[in-house]
Design a protein around this ligand. Structure first.
Ligand code: CP
Ligand code: NVA
Length: 315
């Protein structure tokens, strides 16, 4: 049998938001993600016998499949349950059942409170697989992607164009701690939440990054070496789609908008993408687009996360 490599463990039991990972742990996680990507075979027994619960209140392709593949490729397995969490019974009871059978809970929820409550009641780690406020697993993969293209993050600038949503929040929080400046370019009324912005700015003060918000695309995109967008109506906000289509029309990432960024800027999207809405086919299908690198890195970054939350194979 291959020797099982050792890896650092997170001090926090859970990843309910990006804030559960310290700056040093974030760097360690990204180092481990790169190593897992380079030599996946070295980790094939690392979580032997470990079972992951996947609870999804919302649809998913990437997050669900990559957690399942990650669990299996690390020697464990994953079990999926879809539908409301806490509909048939209290969230606390869901947590206290799952901890008896499985080693870790991955949850995609409408409300951040649901993932927080799972973490409060479960004695096994709980991972936020997207809530209304955060999408940390996505941003870990995005930071890995940027490191591959740029060699690091410090001193670089990314512009997030669109809704100041879960993806924007996690981008600011993690970018700031890695020295990556992030500008959120949003229509008036769709800016990120003030408390998350303040937290990101406090992190940025330590690294020299700049976290800013702009309503004017020309101002926000100036000097950006990566332009990131996401759907205009996130899951749970579909009923606002028509109103949002009007509000975001001037924020479509097309070749004119890309021309406002730095020459050679990368295009990023967490996917799924709505072509000819938040991004044109021309941009997403162009050589500057790294969207499938981001998607691939979901697998590697989440393997690193599982390794850092579960201290090795089942005992
Ligand atoms: N980017 C992302 O989280 O994709 P899914 O919704 O398909 O999981
Ligand atoms: N902001 C989007 C991200 C999807 C991966 C949503 O929450 O639906």
């Amino acid at each position: 049998m291959d020797p099982v490599p050792t890896f650092p463990q997170l001090a926090a039991q859970n990843l309910t938001s990006d804030l559960d990972v310290t700056q040093a742990e974030l760097v360690s996680l990204l180092d481990l993600a790169a190593e897992v990507k380079r030599a996946p075979g070295s980790f094939r027994s690392s979580l032997r016998g470990r079972i992951v619960s996947l609870l999804f209140e919302k649809p998913s392709l990437r997050t669900r499949i990559t957690f399942e593949v990650a669990s299996k490729q690390l020697g464990g397995d994953a079990i999926l349950n879809t539908g409301p969490i806490g509909g048939r019974e209290p969230v606390a009871d869901v947590a206290r059942n799952l901890e008896r059978w499985t080693d870790l809970i991955v949850a995609r929820t409408f409300s951040q409170k649901t993932v927080d409550d799972l973490a409060l009641y479960a004695r096994v780690p709980v991972v936020n697989a997207l809530s209304d406020l955060y999408h940390p697993c996505q941003i870990f993969a995005d930071m890995q992607t940027l490191q591959e293209h740029w060699g690091g993050w410090k001193g670089h600038k990314l512009a997030f164009v669109g809704d100041g949503n879960n993806v924007a929040n996690s981008l600011m929080l993690d970018g700031a701690r890695l020295g990556l400046s992030v500008t959120c370019v949003t229509p008036p009324g769709y800016e990120p939440l003030p408390d998350i912005l303040a937290q990101a700015r406090a992190f940025a003060a330590e690294t020299g990054a700049v976290i800013s918000v702009a309503n004017d695309p020309a101002e926000g995109l100036a000097g950006a070496e990566a332009v990131y967008t996401d759907v205009w109506a996130s899951m749970g906000f579909e009923h606002e789609a028509a109103e949002r289509a009007r509000a975001f029309a001037a924020y479509q990432v097309n070749s004119d908008l890309m021309a406002l960024a730095a020459p050679g800027a990368l295009f990023m999207h967490c996917l799924p993408a709505h072509r000819e809405e938040e991004v044109t086919s021309e941009v997403i299908e162009s050589p500057i687009s790294v969207v499938f690198d981001q998607a691939e890195n979901r697998l590697h970054a989440q393997k690193a996360l599982l390794l850092m939350l579960l201290d090795g194979p089942a005992k």
